[in-house]
Design a protein around this ligand. Structure first.
Ligand SMILES: [Zn+2]
Length: 321
């Protein structure tokens, strides 16, 4: 993320860190909690440059210190991340050893542990000892997507900073940059604000399947045909899905499509589901009818929280749609 974007999307955390830096009041350990690990690490890279760049306008981004942080070649900055999804004790031991061998006269020593919740128990214990006895010029930055997965004894030794979730339009933009279809990017952005989680959902294929079925259901409905047929065709796919969140999300997708149709009718900005909705550009629909459908979908979303018999709920919903 560009520096200006860090200040734009994470204003509270950036302000706190910069103010503390300027007042010479940075603490020895920070824990950055948020679902966008890349953004959290970008903040740490920025702060490492702020601490190590010797130019007046630090971080200048162009000097040897700044560049060597980006390429992970700076003696005063150590970056640890999971290997095969785990951070092991040996990685923490290496960090402690490297720090003991580096002279503090050369400036502050900074380390970043990415996705710290992936430290195994022995790694967390090794780090704990290190956190308990901080040297004056040592700065620890840990990032996590869930600080509750860390030992209490670790979180209590860090200043916990919560990052804002990534804004929806930025997430959509990033997904499209990754080659994801615009409509899929749009619907998945209602399920998560984490780029990695979004990509995982998309790669599993469920979202694309649900979106395709939803589009066919609305298509049938707009042609005055029975939408239940589409449900019945895909009945096993629905019934095999045990996660209620996903079922409520499927109704969300239907809501998004009808809302987009309503936007078109009201001549407000609409850009999603064009492949389907462009076919109905000149057809007259009643706004009240669409609003009735939206209300019905909301009602069934509530019901999905309580009722166990999905088949019955879906059958009932599509008979009323
Ligand atoms: Zn610099």
């Amino acid at each position: 993320m560009k520096n200006e974007d860090l200040f734009k999307y994470q204003p509270e955390v950036m302000k706190l860190l910069i103010t503390s830096f300027e007042k010479n009041k940075l603490v020895h350990a920070y824990l950055l909690d948020g679902n966008d690990s890349n953004c959290a690490c970008d903040i740490v890279f920025y702060m490492a440059k702020k601490l190590l760049c010797k130019k007046d306008n630090a971080p200048c981004m162009n000097c040897q210190d700044c560049k060597s942080i980006d390429t992970n070649n700076n003696m005063n900055f150590l970056y640890i991340k999971p290997i095969d999804d785990v951070i092991r004790k040996e990685q923490i031991d290496t960090l402690i050893y490297d720090f003991s061998m580096t002279s503090i006269d050369n400036g502050p020593l900074i380390y970043l542990i990415r996705d710290a919740e992936k430290m195994n128990a022995s790694a967390q214990n090794a780090l704990l000892k290190f956190l308990e006895e901080p040297a004056s010029n040592h700065y620890a930055f840990l990032t996590t997507t869930n600080y509750k997965k860390l030992l209490n004894t670790i979180t209590s030794r860090c200043q916990l900073l919560h990052l804002r979730p990534i804004p929806q339009d930025i997430l959509i933009e990033k997904l499209i940059e990754c080659g994801i279809d615009m409509d899929i990017a749009y619907v998945v952005s209602f399920l998560t604000s984490d780029l990695n989680v979004a990509m995982k959902y998309i790669e599993e294929g469920k979202i694309t399947n649900f979106l395709n079925i939803a589009l066919k259901i609305v298509d049938k409905d707009l042609k005055n045909k029975d939408p239940y047929i589409e449900y019945y065709r895909n009945r096993m796919f629905f019934l095999e899905e045990k996660d209620k969140t996903i079922h409520r999300f499927f109704l969300d997708i239907l809501v998004l499509i009808y809302q987009e149709l309503l936007n078109r009718l009201m001549h407000t900005k609409a850009k999603y589901f064009s492949e389907l909705l462009d076919n109905y550009a000149n057809v007259e629909f009643s706004k009240n009818e669409i609003i009735r459908k939206l209300e019905l979908l909301n009602l069934y979303q509530e019901r999905f929280n309580y009722y166990v018999n999905l088949d019955l709920q879906y059958t009932s919903l599509f008979s009323k749609l």
